[in-house]
Design a protein around this ligand. Structure first.
Ligand code: PEP
Length: 251
């Protein structure tokens, strides 16, 4: 009932030529895949070129962040409206690297989420605990704060345009993946939280992605979990072969 979504976060990698070449290489490798939504998130400067390269493919384009104002004197920022104009359908908000290095807070994540939804973008809202938080048994309280903070004031009618990505910070770019059971436990918790905040039918329809060192070798186990509906992939999305291997998780 929930269409799986596999998203690649290219972070601060790929020139224009490299980004469009990756789309050209990836598209034929996944053209036969049925019923999986595929999204890639290039750097801002490559968005429109990637969107053009992806035009006749199943690949959709996301930005890695956005600002909450539509326009104005906000030097260096990019608004959801301009992301749409450049060819984005999705935007990643609240990635742990933005929380860690760029001062992202629950409030800014929430403002960005609201603005992106208003502009008609699908939001990939990232949440996840650090290793210290997991080791001090704070995982569920951190996730609760981040999910309820990110979704604060967002009406149920907009929830269909939100995807939550659970990305334990200790598993991002480290080669350490949460076990299938560890990931499932948090995904189930997020779904129950959304059921409390909204309703069980909204929670049942919500897609929750796992992120953290997902590779072709571990995606099957993760995707077989009841509450894991896809993956947000960093490192392994930078090569067509490995990302295609993840998109083709069904075999
Ligand atoms: C990410 O950046 O969202 C991510 C999950 O990275 P990686 O797959 O490299 O751990």
């Amino acid at each position: 009932m929930r269409t799986p979504l596999i998203a690649g976060n290219w972070k601060l990698f790929k020139t224009l030529a490299e980004a469009t070449a990756l789309v050209d290489e990836l598209a034929p490798l996944i053209s036969a895949v049925d019923d999986v939504e595929v999204v890639v998130a290039p750097v801002f400067t490559a968005i429109s070129a990637v969107a053009k390269a992806a035009e006749k493919t199943v690949i959709k384009v996301a930005a890695q962040d956005c600002y909450w104002e539509e326009e104005g004197a906000f030097t260096g920022e990019v608004s959801p409206k301009l992301l749409k104009d450049a060819g984005c359908s999705h935007v990643i908000i609240g990635h742990s690297e933005r929380r860690q290095y760029f001062g992202e807070t629950e409030e800014t994540v929430n403002r960005k989420t609201k603005a992106a939804l208003k502009a008609g973008l699908v939001v990939l809202l990232c949440v996840g605990e650090t290793l210290a938080e997991r080791e001090s048994n704070a995982t569920f309280s951190v996730i609760k704060t981040q999910v309820s903070g990110g979704l604060a004031g967002i009406p149920a009618s907009d929830l269909a345009h939100v995807v939550i990505a659970y990305e334990p910070v200790w598993a991002i770019g480290t080669g350490k993946t949460a076990s299938d059971a560890q990931a499932q436990e948090v995904h189930a918790f997020i779904r129950s939280l959304v059921a409390e905040l909204y309703s069980s039918s909204e929670a049942d329809a919500l897609r929750i992605l796992y992120g953290g060192s997902v590779k072709p070798e571990n995606v099957k186990g993760l995707m077989s979990q009841a509450d894991i509906d896809g993956a947000l992939v960093g490192g392994a999305s930078l090569k067509a072969e490995s990302f295609a291997g993840i998109v083709r998780f069904k075999g």
